[in-house]
Design a protein around this ligand. Structure first.
Ligand SMILES: Nc1ncnc2c1ncn2[C@@H]1O[C@H](COP(=O)(O)OP(=O)(O)OP(=O)(O)O)[C@@H](O)[C@H]1O
Length: 244
């Protein structure tokens, strides 16, 4: 398997403080990684950088061996290609859903691409079905439940067929049944070959689903980078994560 995402001594500074400090990280295509850590440790900042919404203050970010920096993202065609490859499902679905129907929401990104109406319809139908949203296609996204909104946001991101999916706290605020649906869907997507990166505050919720756990500390650095089996053999570390 090839390395798909690589960060080399990457830091990000906000005007009044540090977001990320000297991060070295490699993620291989097809991994399911959970990022954890206390509030303000840098998970959202990292996701913004990985998805090209922010660029590092120093250090480098490579996606499939190409360095993603300000000059790369300045070129509209390159930027569009990159954004198609990395899908980002925000923590707050309300900022991601702005169309009048669920079907329009899922079609929105596709309409920016050179695709025929028949291809768009096909992809919309496939993504609605995959995410269990077919019955919701004519509903107003804003009026849906939290779990339904999350599935529609995921459908709209999947429509572009990204190879990497980034989800910020995808289980937050969902009922146990809705959490189970999302976990099952993410596992299916990983089995279909996608790289899945999520942030979570709840180790117990995600411990059986993700296979690698990267934990940030309050200094905005990586404190631990461990796989599922190693963690399961370290009850004291599992107990620490359960308290985050
Ligand atoms: N827009 C911003 N302006 C200034 N500082 C920011 C901004 N966004 C984040 N920060 C700071 O950067 C650091 C990392 O924040 P970030 O949101 O990445 O952490 P997080 O791990 O995602 O936190 P949470 O678990 O609360 O979502 C924090 O100290 C935070 O206060």
């Amino acid at each position: 398997m090839s390395v798909t995402l690589k960060l080399k001594q990457l830091s990000y500074d906000y005007p009044n403080g540090t977001g990320l400090a000297n991060i070295n990280l490699e993620i291989t295509a097809g991994e399911f990684v959970c990022f954890m850590g206390p509030n303000g440790s840098g998970k959202s900042t990292l996701f913004n950088i990985l998805s090209g919404l922010k660029v590092a203050t120093s250090g480098a970010y490579y996606f499939q061996q190409t360095q993603i920096d300000a000059s790369y993202l300045k070129k509209p065609q390159q930027r569009q290609r990159f954004h198609q490859q990395i899908g980002f499902v925000f923590q707050n679905s309300d900022v991601q859903l702005f169309n009048l129907t669920v079907a329009d929401e899922v079609a929105f990104g596709l309409r920016q691409l050179p695709l025929s109406p028949a291809e768009i319809t096909q992809r919309v139908n496939d993504c609605l079905e995959l995410t269990g949203c077919s019955q919701l296609r004519d509903r107003v996204p804003y009026h849906l439940s939290g779990g339904e909104k999350k599935r529609v946001a995921l459908a709209s991101v999947l429509a572009l067929n990204p190879s990497v999916l980034i989800l910020d706290e995808p289980l937050n605020g969902l009922t146990p049944a809705a959490q189970q649906e999302i976990r099952h869907l993410l596992t299916q997507l990983q089995q279909a070959g996608k790289t899945i990166l999520i942030a979570s505050h709840d180790y117990v919720q995600i411990k059986a689903t993700a296979q690698r756990f990267i934990v940030f500390n309050e200094a905005h650095q990586i404190a631990y980078d461990v796989d599922q089996a190693t963690l399961a053999a370290k009850p004291e570390l599992e107990a620490e994560l359960a308290l985050l």
